[in-house]
Design a protein around this ligand. Structure first.
Ligand code: NAD
Ligand code: GLY
Length: 369
């Protein structure tokens, strides 16, 4: 489905001289001028993976190639490749194609490609421009916006990286038509996250529209992506480098990142781990008297209805899960800080959870074998 080019962006991330537009709509990949208006360079390098390249990468290379020298770098697919080794293969390719400081990188794919390409752009020749073209629901609502880039350490998610903003974000909703159902659900986790931490009216809307979202209704997807990006942009505009407020966007992530690392990257999808992690955060919030039983049950119901797990995997020993949580980037002076809920729609970063409550949550939210 193709609609006319939106000449105006849906949103602007407002960061002074690093401000940039977010375009959201159908058929945007058929409009190379939309991308080219944010490119001063004569040389483009699209970074994508083995799954996305045949779907969209080769076609985009051909379209942009009519205007600029356009190279395509195709990485292996998977969270396990969001690593320093893969980063090096991007640098190898850039040097191979004689990319100079004027090159613009284009990240075409999900959050893995966006994060690693952004980090490559931040590092290559001490920084070259890059563009985000997110092709998963998760990357369209979250990872392509806000400038967090990086790779995983084997024992800690996203531990090595940089804040580095793209020149624009182009979210073509049509690309979601080829996304597997499991990946669509993973994206819903981050959409639910925004409702839980920031906007209870949006949470109501999500709850009512989950069937439409899972059926890929274009209008529902458009609204969910636009509202999610607006909330994220609002938060990033106020706290780009996570001095405080931005940490709220990590609701469920301290638990979730530990699940991802503990199970081996790629075994649980990031969004699945965040889904379970939000239920674990809600359980702990309930134990601390901050969330009532009805709201805890509602969180679990919404996460389930999105097709996501609500419990940590039985295969991950609780002492390992607990230890991995200590590798979280929010740890300060050795003290674990968690994002918890003070009712639905309001989140706080706190170090007030007792070890006893935390362990009780870990025990009660683990799946039975
Ligand atoms: P992903 O990048 O692994 O993509 C999921 C799968 O979908 C992959 O197999 C990919 O090849 C495939 N795919 C991508 N687009 C497709 C399409 N249109 N059709 C068919 N298949 C397609 O995973 P993700 O969920 O997009 O992103 C998760 C990553 O994002 C994690 O590494 C997470 O840490 C990161 N993340 C970063 C931020 C941030 O602010 N930078 C925020 C949230 C998540
Ligand atoms: N996804 C968390 C953040 O961007 O801050």
């Amino acid at each position: 489905m193709t609609e006319t080019l939106p000449t105006a962006p849906a949103l602007i991330v407002d960061l002074g001289d690093r401000s940039y537009p977010i375009y959201i709509g159908a058929g945007l990949l058929d409009q190379p001028e939309l991308i080219l208006r944010h490119v001063a360079a004569e040389h483009l390098v699209i970074v994508t993976n083995t799954t996305v390249s045949p779907l969209y990468g080769e076609a985009l290379q051909a379209r942009l190639g009519e205007f600029k020298l356009t190279d395509l770098v195709v990485l292996p697919d998977g969270e396990a490749y969001k690593s320093l080794d893969t980063l090096n293969t991007i640098f190898d390719a850039l040097i191979e194609t004689r990319a100079d400081r004027q090159v613009t990188l284009i990240a075409l794919g999900g959050g893995v490609i966006g994060d690693i390409t952004g980090f490559a752009a931040a590092c290559y020749q001490r920084g070259v421009p890059f563009i985000q073209i997110p092709t998963t629901l998760l990357s369209q609502v979250d990872s392509s916006v806000g400038g967090k880039t990086g790779v995983n350490h084997p024992r800690a998610k996203n531990m090595i990286g940089a804040f580095y903003q793209p020149r624009c974000v182009v979210a073509d909703i049509d690309t979601l038509n080829t996304l597997p159902d499991r990946e669509l659900s993973a994206g819903l986790a981050e959409i639910i996250k925004y409702g839980l931490l920031w906007d209870v009216d949006f949470l109501d809307w999500i709850e009512a529209n989950l069937p439409k979202l899972r059926a890929r209704d274009p209008a529902a997807l458009h609204h969910a992506i636009t509202r999610s990006c607006a909330i994220k942009a609002d938060i990033v505009n106020q706290d780009e480098r996570e001095g405080g407020l931005r940490a709220l966007l990590n609701l469920g992530h301290t638990f979730g990142h530990a699940i991802e690392a503990g199970m081996g990257y790629g075994s649980w999808l990031h969004g699945e781990a965040v889904g379970a992690g939000m239920c674990m955060a809600a359980d702990l919030s309930h134990r601390m008297g901050w969330l009532n039983a009805a709201d805890l049950a509602r969180v679990q119901r919404i996460v389930t209805a999105a097709g996501l797990p609500t419990r940590s995997p039985s295969a991950l020993p609780l002492d390992t899960l607990r230890q991995l949580m200590d590798s979280d980037k929010k740890v300060q002076n050795g003290k674990l800080r968690l994002v918890l809920l003070h009712g639905l729609g309001t989140a706080v970063v706190t170090d007030k959870a007792t070890e006893a409550d935390l362990l009780a949550t870990l025990r009660s939210t683990q799946a039975t074998a």
